[in-house]
Design a protein around this ligand. Structure first.
Ligand code: TXA
Ligand code: MG
Length: 332
């Protein structure tokens, strides 16, 4: 199939909405990363997303809405704290896991009785949802296991020829995926850390927010996406967190000290080596990390040494992505 390159104007966004309505796939920009969108209420369309990404079907999709009115057909029994946090952070880079309504197909939620919902702040994303006149299921628009795409070019690198269209927008402002917050229990629990941190949530709520215990573990090995869930002894509540993720072709290692020494050693043995050092600038690290991994792959680098960040606030979220991309290989 020939993948259309669509522009960010009313006519092309309308056209993209029409493709989604008819059960096709369109990649589109959000403030976090590019999404690969399909009609969330059409199980057949959602199956095409799993196929295009090569994604295991037990890994559920995030459902995107343009306006708060869109929430009621998807979710029920929404707690007061979830409402308060939506008020504080939507539209924006946070996803709420809520008890689902029957209208949402099992294919969209990977068979779970909950649904993950996000209202993005990116205007193109919301115009697309309105043009499609339905909620849009959208995982990140990468081949499963690869770094998430933060530019339209990165989307095409993985998806050209596999999907109907890409809305060729600007690069994503945040650069890492949304925070995923489980709102089905008494205490909100972060399942995937993102731009909206635990500290920001606690400040908005005035009470404690939990972190899923699996986020604090450093597993020895992480499953390859193709291996499926059957052999997992690591079963976090957010199914996507158990798979090998964000891996470029190059080997990635996290380095806590002496990065110059490790670089010199690798180069002495003939390995083309690059260093990613964002200093203490975690916003810059979020914005650049996935894009840098893809760029270094294009340059044919063999080893990427990533300087560890302080695991505080946004740093915790980025280190989560860095550790996964390295398969938890840390040089202490
Ligand atoms: O920023 C983002 O969230 C991007 C943009 C496109 O919105 N989307 C994204 O989707 O990152 P994806 O599919 O790559 O990641 C969704 C994550 C996965 O870890 C998945 O397991 C989790 O959300 N998830 C989805 N539905 C869930 C549910 N009902 N319960 C627990 N976790 C869920
Ligand atoms: Mg993803």
């Amino acid at each position: 199939m020939e993948t259309l390159r669509l522009k960010i104007n009313e006519e092309d966004i309308e056209r993209a909405g029409g493709i989604i309505k008819e059960g096709g796939l369109v990649a589109f920009p959000t403030e976090t990363v590019y999404g690969l969108g399909a009609d969330a209420l059409n199980a057949e369309a959602v199956k095409l997303v799993y196929a295009a990404k090569g994604r295991p079907s037990d890994n559920p999709m995030i459902v995107h809405i343009a306006d708060i009115e869109g929430l009621d057909e998807l979710a029920q029994n929404i707690s007061d704290y979830a409402r308060a946090l939506m008020e504080a952070f939507w539209p924006g880079p946070i996803t709420f896991v809520l008890p689902k309504k029957a209208l949402v197909p099992d294919t969209t939620t990977g068979g779970l009785d909950t649904v993950a919902v996000r209202m993005p702040s990116n205007e193109t994303a919301r115009k697309l949802i309105r043009a499609a006149k339905r909620p849009i299921a959208a995982p990140s628009a990468n081949i499963s296991g690869r770094p998430s795409p933060t530019t339209a070019e990165d989307v095409l690198e993985d998806m050209d020829g596999r999907i109907e269209a890409v809305l060729m927008g600007e690069s994503c402002k945040v650069g890492i995926e949304s925070t995923v917050l489980d709102c089905t229990g008494d205490v909100p629990t972060v399942l995937r850390p993102g731009f909206v941190t635990k500290e920001m949530l606690e400040e908005a709520l005035g009470s404690e927010v939990a972190i899923d215990a699996h986020l604090l573990e450093k597993p020895e090995t992480v499953l390859d996406p193709e291996e499926g869930a059957a052999e997992a002894d690591f079963s976090p509540k957010s199914p996507g967190m158990k798979y090998k993720h964000y891996a470029p072709k190059a080997r990635v290692r996290i380095v806590e000290n002496d990065v110059d020494r490790y670089k010199a050693e690798a180069e002495a043995s003939g390995i083309r080596t690059a260093v990613l050092d964002y200093g203490k600038n975690s916003e810059e690290a979020a914005y650049s990390f996935f894009a840098d991994l893809r760029r270094l792959d294009r340059e044919g680098i063999g080893l990427i040494l990533v300087c560890a960040l302080d695991e505080e606030g946004l740093g915790f979220s980025i280190m989560n992505r860095m550790l996964k991309s390295a398969g938890y290989d840390v040089i202490e």
